[in-house]
Design a protein around this ligand. Structure first.
Ligand code: ARG
Length: 262
């Protein structure tokens, strides 16, 4: 029964596209082709953005694509890596950045942000046999972080800004690999990314340590060049997508449950 319904829906979709599609793209009178916006990202941050069969995919990709579509734009993801992303937004080589980016006061001096769309916090990843059970236990240890992230900031708070106990990596998976090779004792990283890593690598012999007193809530937002005209219209579209059920649907797809309200 389900199959038949799906089949009918599929056929109607094909017919719809076949009939309606023709005059939309190249015909300026009935509607211009959607303007494309370049979204810089670092696709090594599953489940938010990661590479799958040569394509950037993930929660952020689906969400940002829906928001841009709602605002009348097409999303073009450019996987340039974390630090280049930050640069490309300053230089306006990208229209925006979407990469599980935490909204911080410091970043607000250089960038504009959308409304928040996801709550996060830092946590600690350690080898399964590690004795580390809190931030306090890290004090005489080495930790890995992704460079220029809020995880790196959290480490600086613990060890001091230029501490050589902080090992910085270009990507989160490199920091985790360094821990597996015993180069560092722990990794500080965003919670959902740590959980996804454990889910995808059940044999990695890694465990999660949470320290609620040490790490605050963070909120992800889209990052824009300062003064970008896009902020208001994207914010409006974001509000629509978050309220009309689209956000919940995408959330459920990637996290297997309804989002907590935040
Ligand atoms: N939320 C953290 C931050 O904004 C880490 C984000 C890292 N994202 C990524 N795609 N590597 O600093």
């Amino acid at each position: 029964m389900k199959k038949i319904v799906a089949l009918i829906m599929g056929i109607s979709l094909i017919l719809l596209t076949a009939c309606g599609g023709e005059d939309t793209p190249s015909n300026t009178s009935s509607g211009e082709e959607l303007k494309e916006l370049t979204i810089a990202t670092d696709a090594a941050f599953a489940p938010f953005e990661f590479m799958d069969k040569g394509e950037v995919t993930g929660f952020d990709v689906d969400f940002a694509t829906a928001v841009l579509k709602e605002a009348g734009y097409k999303a073009n993801f450019d996987n340039v890596g974390w630090e280049t992303m930050l640069q490309n937004i300053v230089n306006e080589k990208a229209d925006l950045g979407v990469a599980g980016i935490t909204i911080t006061d410091e970043r607000k001096e250089t960038y504009d942000f959308s409304k928040p769309y996801f709550e996060s916090t830092q946590l600690i990843l350690v080898p399964e046999d590690s004795q580390i059970s809190s931030v306090e236990d890290l004090k005489d240890k080495n930790v890995g972080v992704q460079i220029s992230t809020t995880g790196a900031e959290a480490a600086q708070k613990i060890f001091g800004k230029n501490s050589d106990q902080i090992h910085q990596y270009d990507q989160v998976p490199l920091a985790i690999m360094a821990m597996q090779q015993n180069d560092v004792d722990a990794v500080i990283v965003d919670n959902a990314v740590a959980q996804e890593y454990l889910k995808n690598n059940p044999d990695a012999e890694i465990k999660i340590v949470k320290d609620k007193n040490a790490f605050e809530s963070e909120y992800y937002g889209f990052m824009f060049p300062k003064g970008s005209d896009l902020v208001d219209e994207i914010n409006q579209a974001m509000e629509t997508v978050m309220e009309n059920g689209t956000y919940d649907e995408i959330y459920k797809e990637w996290f297997g449950q309804k989002p907590d309200k935040f």
